[in-house]
Design a protein around this ligand. Structure first.
Ligand code: CUA
Length: 160
């Protein structure tokens, strides 16, 4: 049986449309001022997170002229830093987040941007964002992690 030329064309066109939609959702930078440009990772012993040279003292580490590493530990039901102290970074910088969990699966979403990742114990979620600012962003856990899930939040403060 032969496929008609038009049918082939529309088959290809609809496939292209599907791929296009997926690409848009995956790579589209929907946020204003923060755009996620990379996502990679690594592993860590969730029971030894506090012994890690960086996760043991989570926070902002300067790595270049306008570049910073931001280490964040998620645990029931806080971010360190983040819950009682904001993550403070200068405007117009590139931030590489390293986020891990000391207990269960959490989420880490910079609200209103496409910076959004699952935080799985044993794994380091790493992604790079560019911030303009100055501006303040909320950070939310969007994976149900227990009784205090709804109060698990933080702040990212981009200062002049
Ligand atoms: Cu942590 Cu939900």
């Amino acid at each position: 049986m032969e496929i008609h030329e038009y049918e082939k064309f529309w088959l290809a066109a609809s496939l292209l449309l599907i791929v296009g939609i997926i690409a848009t959702v995956t790579y589209g930078a929907v946020g204003v001022g923060v755009s996620m440009i990379d996502d990679k990772g690594g592993t860590i012993d969730p029971k030894a997170v506090d012994q890690h040279p960086k996760f043991g003292n989570p926070g902002v580490y300067k790595t270049g002229a306008n570049e910073y590493d931001v280490y964040v530990v998620a645990k029931q039901f806080v971010y360190q830093p983040g819950t009682n102290e904001p993550i403070v970074v200068p405007a117009n910088s590139t931030l590489t987040f390293h986020v891990t969990s000391a207990d269960v699966i959490h989420g880490f979403e910079v609200v209103g941007t496409n910076a959004n990742t699952m935080v799985i114990p044993g794994q380091i979620a790493t992604f790079t964002v560019e911030v303009s600012g100055p501006r303040e962003y909320g950070i939310l856990c969007n994976e149900y992690c227990g009784a205090g899930h709804h109060g698990m939040e933080g702040t990212l403060k981009v200062v002049p």
